[in-house]
Design a protein around this ligand. Structure first.
Ligand code: SF4
Ligand code: SF4
Length: 90
């Protein structure tokens, strides 16, 4: 019997970022090239961004009480042994 693993990653929306639109405190700001940056000082931990992303790409860290926001740094593709992930220029 084998299990199924699926990598859910932020695709770096351009234009309207649903996660940022849903944030009531302005803690998610548009990132150049797509996606968002988290301004942690402004985040209240309401989790509205988690529900807003249609892909489910925002997870919540209950220890820090902040969302985990992909920075598109490109590290994960280098470590996936099955080459499931790759970075693309938008
Ligand atoms: S958890 Fe933080 S970043 Fe997410 S919607 Fe709430 S205030 Fe904004
Ligand atoms: S977290 Fe979701 S809504 Fe926000 S930029 Fe990434 S894919 Fe788009």
């Amino acid at each position: 019997m084998s299990g199924k693993m699926v990598a859910v990653v932020c695709v770096g929306c351009t234009g309207v970022r649903a996660c940022a639109e849903a944030c009531p405190s302005g803690a998610l700001v548009d990132r150049d090239g797509g996606g968002v940056n988290l301004l942690a000082d402004k985040c209240t931990g309401c989790q509205k961004c988690v529900a807003a992303c249609a892909l489910g790409a925002v997870t919540f860290d209950s220890v820090t009480n902040k969302p985990i926001i992909c920075k598109h740094c490109g590290v994960c593709p280098r470590f996936c042994p099955h080459e499931c992930l790759e970075m693309e220029e938008s």
